[in-house]
Design a protein around this ligand. Sequence first.
Ligand SMILES: *Cc1c(COP(=O)(O)O)cnc(C)c1O
Length: 460
Amino acid sequence: MKLPYAEPFRIKMVEEIRRSTRQEREEWIRNADYNLFNLKSSQVFIDLLTDSGTGAMSDKQWAAVMTGDESYAGSASFEKLKQSVEQITGYKYLLPTHQGRAAENVLFTVLVKDGDIVPGNSHFDTTKGHIEMRKAHAVDCTVDEAFDIEDPFQFKGNIDLDKLEEVYKSHPKEKIPFCLITVTCNTSGGQPVSLENIKAVRELSDRYGIPVYFDGARFAENAYFIQQRENGQREKSIKEICREMFGYGNGMTMSSKKDGLVNIGGFVATNDEEVFRKASNVTIIFEGFITYGGMAGRDMAALAQGLDESTEESYLEYRISQIEYLGNKMIEYGIPIQKPIGGHAVFIDALSFLPNVKREEFPAQTLAIELYKEAGIRGVEIGTLLADRDPETREERYPKLELVRLAIPRRTYTNNHMEYIAAAVKNVFDRRNEITKGYEIVWEADLMRHFTVKLKEARS
Ligand SMILES: *Cc1c(COP(=O)(O)O)cnc(C)c1O
């Protein structure tokens, strides 16, 4: 019989997590104003809020921590990190930052001006924030397949070349500082971008003289999907695919909290010397000197090792298989989830899951709360609360989809936890027809309301 995959590690240290009673959870979530961000981590049994900075480091990474060189300038840990980044991406200039959004700040301060247009595939929210705060515009050129959760298309992170060319044709070159490819595309559900698409974006952009940058947060997961799904890529190693992928770009921003396999950190990497020179000044002002930029030497040492581990086949097979394992269990139970299953999370379609909850009463948030009450699992709403009101009319903006994202931290939970999660979702699903009431807003902030919103049970 074919052997199933198994975790390519064993566990040397454990962290206790505690189950609670339904009664405790009902009280905790009420006291948290029905906002899962307000819960204490001790009130959560399985935490699927995010896969960002929540993973487990290896023994080799912890050993690297002890070798960290904390010199202000010219640290040996920086040299190690620079070597590791160059080996994987081919980019020779490196600026460490304290996390991904700081890398965006550094790069965009140099490249993005008032009135600019930045096309890409569903920009991440902080990315969009950094573009819009400079009075520039992010234009989403993702393929249409991405917005149909039943469409089995294998590369839903791809950029639609016609949409991109339309942007290139309708604005002068000086207004388009670069095209941004996010790998994998988080916003469309951890969906990959194919190598063929990346190459085509490069060729099209070359014709219009426009640089291409990557948001590389989940680049290793993207490379694994390319290896597994794309014609002619099976024989290549992940590291070879990464080199080719990044070879089509001028540089990248990185949130090391994802595929860096560390708990904090980020960087800008590029082969453009002029961009590097200008970005160095920005780094010094906002982050720190250019050989540490907001990271401790020990964190850079752990990241250098983490990048090497996250681009190993055995790690990625485990990583992607675990998400698939959870997703397939849910499909088996008849639960409506986004397909194909993405790279770092499973997304539940709350509109078909809870048909009796009105759109105005936040079905995805309602489902996330039910799942917490059922089993102490914390997911996150990707729906109307997150979409927020229109900044001018203050009307609610209803997105196409109401999703609950269950993000899986790296190397943190076992497949028994996946079984537990799937069973909990099924229990809620079995009583979905009894769930008819959602939530109302009691208080909300003017911007990014989902983090701090206060809710109460709807009266209807
Ligand atoms: C997390 C993330 C960022 C921002 O990085 P932080 O480390 O959270 O600041 C940017 N882009 C993508 C795609 C991300 O997932």
